[in-house]
Design a protein around this ligand. Sequence first.
Ligand SMILES: NC(=O)C1=CN([C@@H]2O[C@H](COP(=O)(O)OP(=O)(O)OC[C@H]3O[C@@H](n4cnc5c(N)ncnc54)[C@H](OP(=O)(O)O)[C@@H]3O)[C@@H](O)[C@H]2O)C=CC1
Ligand SMILES: O=C(O)C1=N[C@H](C(=O)O)C[C@H](O)C1
Length: 276
Amino acid sequence: MTQRSNPLHIAVAGASGRMGRMLIETIAAADDATLAGALDREGNPFIGSDAGAFSGQLSGVTIRSSLAEGLAGAQYLIDFTRPEGTLEHLAYCAGHGIKMIIGTTGFDEAGKAAIRAAAEKTAIVFAPNMSIGVNVTLKLLEMAAKNFSEGYDIEIVEAHHRHKVDAPSGTALKMGEVIADALGRDLKACAVYGREGVTGERDPSTIGFATVRGGDIVGDHTVLFAGIGERIEISHKSSSRVSYAQGALRAARFLADKQTGLYDMQDVLGLNALKA
Ligand SMILES: NC(=O)C1=CN([C@@H]2O[C@H](COP(=O)(O)OP(=O)(O)OC[C@H]3O[C@@H](n4cnc5c(N)ncnc54)[C@H](OP(=O)(O)O)[C@@H]3O)[C@@H](O)[C@H]2O)C=CC1
Ligand SMILES: O=C(O)C1=N[C@H](C(=O)O)C[C@H](O)C1
């Protein structure tokens, strides 16, 4: 691939992970980006390996555990790891003016507050799902929720691979937030996470979540608006992680002219301006 004269210099955290590998391949295929560093945590068996070895395309970039070494030539860090790893990377990036694209899910309120604070020092895109399809689906959900506000029970069902460690998925929670906001409800107060035993009848003001884990499911999300005599289902199904990686690269391009600030994929895709 011919590189443009001034490519985006992007480092990838969690380089040997499922998303890390896909991101490294996606950056290698882009003509406006170059892999500028690769990180994994100390003790990871791939430290010292070439970051492109997984795809059989050597990159000349070695996976490092030292942030100073791994991020020496980076303008951007794309991070799909775990909250504790991302928060460590965040502190370093905020201190060194490295922009971040954060795809990691499962943050608690303190973690989210740390990301908001870091965005006063560097520019950050933070989104639980970077695929275009899911982000357009969020707009569809906003519109649907406004029109099914009375008489429809709302349930969110998500399914992921057996290795996923957080539940419900960040995307399912985001869908819940978008719907709750559209209905003027507070998700913290109305969410029901799974049901067991004698639960009593369904409270119509709740938003229910159900989680499935198995095999190699990349990521399925369905929102049900269940009324009397009909139900509406809005679904998104991922068949490859490439859509997340391409979204992350698009987010890096979006940050090119930003120095600080916290953005999401709705900002990147220009969807915030659309009224449902
Ligand atoms: N926003 C989006 O579009 C998407 C978000 N995700 C999210 O991205 C995250 C990663 O998913 P996935 O790639 O499947 O996960 P993997 O487990 O395959 O990869 C995680 C990577 O992060 C590394 N890691 C784990 N803990 C730390 C730490 N404390 N510090 C530094 N590195 C660490 C792992 O190293 P090791 O193997 O040594 O533990 C591994 O290389 C999840 O939170 C997932 O929900 C996933 C897909 C899309
Ligand atoms: O862990 C995953 O795989 C995924 N995680 C994200 C989430 O929690 O929503 C995005 C996608 O669903 C894949």
